[in-house]
Design a binder for this molecule. Structure first.
Ligand code: UGY
Ligand code: MN
Length: 197
């Protein structure tokens, strides 16, 4: 046989079932929208961040190409509590304790009462996974910044990779396992500090 011919079983040894190959199939998308979760699949990256208080007049200038991820929500105010503008970068945030869990955790906003949400940066080494099969009232928005793995949302199991965005409604069962050869880093919106009722 010619050296250039495809080896026997090339479809088996070629990982045609991996997400990057499936992307090329006509009509195929891993995106899903259900009543209690959604998976949306484009590309992205984050370095630094800013928190803008409610009704804060602002403009943004950028002197180089950049990607902007915006989480927008109606502020749930608390009497005698006010938030402040915050500008920071993930690397400056301390690693926080995560009892019983393997992932590394940083929070971008103060955990104090004025803030009605937080953004968590979570890092998993390949093979690490959430020990808690979480079900909680907090709603999540998630942006996968690095790596790949399996996200369980309700009764569905999704292969996911960097660039994917996920919405999790309150109480949707959620679980993640990091796979592949590089770490997973994801950015997680979580509403906190307010009575859900
Ligand atoms: O803090 C959290 O709720 C987080 N561990 N959830 C998640 O990663 N799906
Ligand atoms: Mn959670």
């Amino acid at each position: 046989e010619a050296a250039s011919s495809k080896p026997l079983y090339w479809k088996v040894t070629n990982p045609t079932l991996s997400p990057s190959h499936l992307q090329d199939l006509p009509g195929f998308t891993r995106s899903a929208y259900k009543s209690d979760h959604a998976l949306i699949t484009p590309e992205s990256h984050v370095d630094s961040y800013a928190y803008l208080p409610p009704n804060f007049k602002h403009s943004l200038e950028c002197d180089a190409a950049a990607t902007l991820a915006v989480f927008e929500r109606r502020y749930a105010s608390l009497e005698n509590h006010a938030t402040e503008q915050i500008v920071g970068s993930t690397d400056q945030q301390p690693l926080l304790e995560t009892p019983g869990e393997a992932f590394e955790l940083r929070k971008l906003l103060p955990p104090s009462l004025p803030y009605d949400f937080n953004i968590h940066i979570m890092d998993f080494q390949p093979g690490e996974f959430l020990n808690v099969k979480e079900v909680h009232y907090n709603q999540h928005g998630l942006l996968l910044l690095e790596g790949q793995g399996i996200y369980r949302l309700g009764d569905s199991w999704y292969p996911v990779q960097s660039g994917d965005a996920i919405w999790m409604a309150p109480f949707v069962p959620q679980w993640y396992a990091a796979l592949g050869k590089t770490r997973t880093r994801y950015l997680l919106y979580k509403d906190v500090n307010r009575n859900p009722l």
